[in-house]
Design a protein around this ligand. Sequence first.
Ligand code: PAF
Length: 281
Amino acid sequence: MKIITTVREMQAEARRIRSAGRIIGFVPTMGFLHAGHLSLIRTAREKADIIVLSIYVNPTQFGPDEDLSRYPRDFDRDEEMARRAGVDILFYPSDSEIYPPGHRTFVEVEDITRRLCGASRPAHFRGVTTIVAKLFHAVQPHVAVFGQKDAQQAIVIRRMAKDLNFDVEIAVAPIVREPDGLAMSSRNTYLSPDERRDALALYESLRLAEERIRSGERNAGVIIESVAAHIRSKTHNRIDYVACVDAETLDPLETVSGRVLIALAVSTGRTRLIDNIILDV
Ligand code: PAF
């Protein structure tokens, strides 16, 4: 596995791979890899010859009161995991490589970035689309893989790629869960044992919503309230939002029909967790 730390070298390597007629699959991450990332790598491997994994904790997608400084980092462990997972190139740029002095340009997708997570994290998606656009220019992938856990992020990035004519396929891999249902996240390491127990209510509530829909409930308000009530029944949980929206447009639904995304964000103690399910109704 090659480790590359500069954009210029990454671009030169991408040019070499492309001119040899090989397909580049890209998995962007913020490191502290877990089984969810490994499944993104496997999805990329199904679609590409050369796998590039980036590790970069992107400061512009964190709000001023968020967890940038305590975000978990362990490069040696990540390097070992990436190597074992068969990553070909690990792109590991520094802050000054990505945002050198004088950097003034940001990429912003309108409207859909103000909803759901965007309502309480106003600059978050601007940071995400900016770094993903920059990483796409560095890595020049044919296909890039994102996780369904960040459902809104995947939709926003698809929109950006289409609007800015990036010649890249955006693939989305399913959520990977712990055996007890908690969606895998690097932030799960913040949870105390009590908080972790209460966090199980997130997926439980989504399963309850699915059951209610399967047994005929179509009123989105009723579904949302039942999800919220289950989450609130655990002492450490504070709801940011529970939403029932169209899975393509993120438009809020009154009646549950079509491809439906039920998404939620909850603070469990000091840790903000997200989860979702998509249902074809
Ligand atoms: O999903 C993530 O880990 C990040 O938002 C991403 C896509 C790597 C951009 O920093």
